[in-house]
Design a protein around this ligand. Structure first.
Ligand SMILES: Nc1ncnc2c1ncn2[C@@H]1O[C@H](COP(=O)(O)OP(=O)(O)O)[C@@H](O)[C@H]1O
Ligand SMILES: O=C(O)[C@@H](O)C(=O)COP(=O)(O)O
Length: 434
């Protein structure tokens, strides 16, 4: 038995580092592995996060990959399993949150059996759930920029309805007035819902205090499905049993070296502001046009010819970030999937070229984009370092493209981070040596 307490399955790579970051900050030694590993889990860790790129693939494939991750985590002896999805509940009417949650419950409890929660709340990043409705800041999810997402446009904020459209199990609600009353009241509501045949309960949470109350109520529940916020409430359960020491620092990384770069394949609202901020600072930026990629132009080569001489002088940004109208026009011509794949492949090729050219500090914006880049760099394991902004840590990785050297990577979720995130992240690393 490895002493592993929590085994996590994340449906994208930024989401995985977001979850790992919250666990590390709560004192759990956490390692992220990319894809389902073949061998044994590393020793000396309390939690392990398996990062998949399963958010937008076919539901059957997402289920198969998630079950493979579950089997591996079970073989490592984890006590509790955590299925991590986006704090904006990114999914399509076909999935993949519902189908994966159903499949994991089936595997853990038997077909149609068992019970779990669904809670994307992350109040520190302005994601709250009230009466089953998801808010992004002051806006309902359906009024937020997420309605324009290139792959998973979110047009309904009612999570009970959204999840019920995807899940086989009956979906219920634990409302905030119950959460407010504390762990015993929450557990009582879980039992009442189960008696009514509910298998998945959306749980309201509007503050970190709510997350702590819910976390306590989740002690011993075999499967938790949530965004990363719920993770801050789980470590207290192991601490209460003496399985986690108080006050352990779990986020140290060696100092960074090499050149700095930023890649952005995210079209989310926060990323727009971050790209604009970079431009406003007069820093170098190369914008990629998906139509040029579709026409077979040598975009990757052009970017690398542009970037290589600049790297010695400071960081560069390569961006595909575009306004909703521009994205729609590109998608009308190429289809959403092909446009996304073309951009992801180009940014992956650019990432490889940049690392070969000496980049050792790389920020990547966008979940799908990060998944593609991390896979292209051959990164299989990530050590979690200090937080840059809520939900985004620096990580330390090895890549076969720079053997024996540490590569610092920050995977930024589309809608996370302050306006000056890119320069702030690079400054933090250069200054502090993480
Ligand atoms: N200009 C563009 N036109 C069409 N699709 C784009 C464009 N720029 C990026 N994309 C695609 O949009 C998707 C953005 O998803 P993702 O990387 O997960 O970002 P986010 O984290 O903001 O959701 C990716 O598949 C990316 O390749
Ligand atoms: O929970 C979140 O919001 C993030 O961890 C996340 O998953 C974001 O995904 P992307 O916006 O696709 O980066």
């Amino acid at each position: 038995m490895s002493g592993l307490l929590l085994g996590c399955i994340a449906d994208d790579f930024t989401g995985a580092t977001d979850l790992a970051n919250n666990l590390v900050r709560a004192g759990m030694r956490t390692v992220q592995v990319n894809g389902v590993p073949a061998g044994e889990a590393p020793t000396g860790v309390d939690a392990i996060v398996v990062a998949l790129k399963s958010r937008t693939i076919r539901p059957a494939d997402a289920v198969a990959q998630s079950l493979a991750a579950l089997r591996w985590l079970q073989a490592q002896g984890v006590e509790q399993v955590y299925f991590k999805y986006c704090s904006t509940f990114d999914s399509t009417p076909a999935g993949n949150i519902g189908p994966v949650a159903d499949a994991l419950l089936d595997a853990l409890h038997g077909p149609g059996q068992g019970f779990s929660i669904a809670c994307p709340a992350f109040p520190e990043n302005q994601r709250t759930v009230f009466k089953g409705h998801l808010f992004v800041g002051d806006l309902l999810l359906s009024d937020s920029g997420m309605r324009h997402h290139p792959l998973t446009p979110m047009t309904d904020a009612n999570l009970v309805r959204v999840l019920q459209a995807q899940a086989r199990r009956k979906v219920g609600l634990v409302a905030q007035d119950v959460v407010q009353r504390g762990p015993a009241a929450i557990r009582e509501r879980f039992a009442a819902l189960q008696a009514e045949g509910v298998g998945l309960a959306v749980v309201d949470a509007i503050s970190n205090e709510d997350l702590m109350r819910i976390g306590e109520a989740l002690a011993g529940m075999p499967l938790v499905t949530a965004g990363s916020g719920i993770a801050i409430g789980l470590p207290q359960n192991w601490r209460a049993r003496g399985l986690l020491p108080e006050g352990r620092r779990a986020d140290a990384l060696p100092a960074a070296g090499g050149a700095q770069a930023v890649l952005s394949g995210s079209c989310s609202t926060a990323t727009h502001a971050q790209v604009a901020d970079w431009r406003a600072r007069g820093l170098p930026v190369f914008t990629i046009d998906p139509l040029a990629l579709a026409h077979g132009e040598r975009v990757v080569e052009a970017v690398l010819e542009w970037a290589t001489p600049l790297l010695a002088r400071g960081p560069v940004l390569v961006s595909a970030t575009a306004e909703p109208a521009v994205v729609k026009a590109v998608q009308a011509e190429l289809g959403a999937e092909r446009a996304g794949t073309l951009v992801e492949e180009a940014l992956s090729g650019i990432a490889r070229g940049l690392v070969r050219a000496g980049v050792r500090q790389l920020v990547v914006a966008g979940g799908e984009t990060s998944g593609a880049v991390v896979q292209a760099l051959g990164v299989t394991r990530m050590a979690i370092g200090p937080q840059i902004d809520p939900g985004v840590p620096w990580t330390g990785v090895e890549s076969p493209l720079c053997p024996g050297e540490l590569l610092h990577l920050a995977l930024k979720s589309g809608n996370f981070g302050s306006t000056d995130f890119f320069s702030k992240a690079l400054r933090l690393l250069a200054g502090a040596g993480a």
